[in-house]
Design a protein around this ligand. Structure first.
Ligand SMILES: Nc1nc2c(c(=O)[nH]1)N[C@H]1C(S)=C(S)[C@@H](COP(=O)(O)O)O[C@H]1N2
Ligand SMILES: [Mo]
Length: 351
């Protein structure tokens, strides 16, 4: 149980670090644009291992339960410190895992900023886990060196070890299978724990925020819509002019930080064509802005390889973008977090 938990926590922590980097790339190391499914894979692993950890951790806690409440709290200073790190680890891990899971359910029943707390708590969880493993290393070594079944332990009453393992494997299997379908399509019919449905959604892509929620319906549908490209040689395009630009077509995944992802067929002009026309090039840093007035996802930056490969999509899966998917124009780039694929574009700025 400890080994499986250790592997899940480590994969979840590492993919979480990657996920954060892809969400806010360092200026000195812009995000790559390859492999196109990079973010889809790392974020899928992050969410899946995080979810698998919940039942595993609960079983582990159940197995050591009497020790957690042993009295007196410590017989020595060392034991006191050790129990303190366990207390920190357990409480931080439970908050981290459950808030992460609620995030997958698109439910944020707390007042704090999820991204910041989830990120910094991850260091607390992983740091205290490493401390705990370090302190217990002699016991862990001894345990792993002893073949199963040779321990002279009295058979505990209640659930047998086999029963416990079967129950926790089944519990973990169930939560994984019922959520992994949101990113791994063969399991899609089973993803009852994942709220986003691709099959019933318009253009077979789930919708994260609708045009009405973003308050852009009127301006997005208005004939006065313009795309403003700002740079050394600024210019404006109306919708007809945007549609007259040479389009490219690309199959690219859209992968949300909350865990769902779908592969779709996108069509539209390349961002770099407009960047060049405005006086920039592949080395430019680019800011795109949505019609949306408020909200954290109304702008995003592009830098490095993504500038050259981003598409300004007008079509999704063969038809005109629906209003909720970002009509009249949205960004889509390979290996890019869903949240950065800004919808309802109105301005492109070459910085
Ligand atoms: N302007 C704007 N663009 C946005 C968002 C938003 O809230 N506002 N949400 C982002 C998020 S979190 C995701 S996952 C994708 C989802 O795109 P979709 O709704 O077309 O599936 O859009 C992104 N683009
Ligand atoms: Mo998202």
């Amino acid at each position: 149980m400890g080994r499986v938990l250790g592997i899940c926590f480590t994969v979840c922590f590492m993919t979480g670090l990657l996920s954060h980097y892809q969400y806010q790339p360092w200026t000195w190391l812009p995000e790559p644009a390859h492999p196109i499914w990079g973010y889809r894979l790392t974020q899928g692993l992050h969410v899946t291992t995080g979810i698998a950890t919940i039942p595993l951790l609960l079983v582990k806690l159940w197995a050591v339960y009497p020790k957690l409440f042993a009295w007196p709290p410590a017989k020595s200073l060392a034991e006191g410190v050790e129990r303190l790190t366990i207390a920190v680890f357990v409480s931080a891990a439970l908050v981290e895992l459950f808030t992460g899971f609620f995030n997958v359910l698109d439910w944020y029943p707390w007042p704090w900023d999820f991204v910041m707390v989830h990120r910094f708590l991850a260091y607390v969880v992983f740091g205290s886990l490493l401390l705990h493993i370090a302190v217990k290393l002699p016991i862990i070594k001894e345990g792993l060196a002893t073949p199963l079944g040779t321990r002279a332990n009295a058979q505990p009453s209640g659930l047998s070890r086999r029963g416990l393992l079967v129950a926790s494997a089944a519990g973990t299997g169930i939560v994984v299978v019922t959520t992994a379908g949101q990113t791994f399509s063969p399991l899609r019919p089973l993803d009852v724990l994942a709220p986003r449905r691709a099959d019933s959604a318009p253009q077979h892509v789930p919708i994260n925020k609708t045009a009405d929620q973003a308050g852009v319906r009127g301006i997005a549908l208005s004939s006065s819509w313009r795309l403003t490209v700002v740079g050394p040689r600024s210019f404006d395009l109306d919708l007809a002019a945007v549609e007259a630009l040479a389009p490219v077509q690309h199959h690219l995944p859209l992968a949300c930080v909350e865990g769902w992802s779908v592969s779709a067929h996108w069509q539209g002009p390349l961002l770099i064509d407009l960047v060049r026309r405005a006086g920039g090039d592949e080395g430019s840093r680019v800011l795109v802005t949505s019609l949306e007035q408020y909200g954290s996802y109304r702008t995003s930056y592009l830098e490095g390889p993504q500038v050259a490969s981003a598409i300004l999509a007008t079509h999704l899966n063969g038809v005109r973008l629906t209003l909720d998917h970002g009509y009249p124009l949205r960004l889509i780039a390979p290996d890019r977090a869903g949240v950065l694929n800004t919808k309802w574009l109105t301005e492109i700025e070459v910085l």
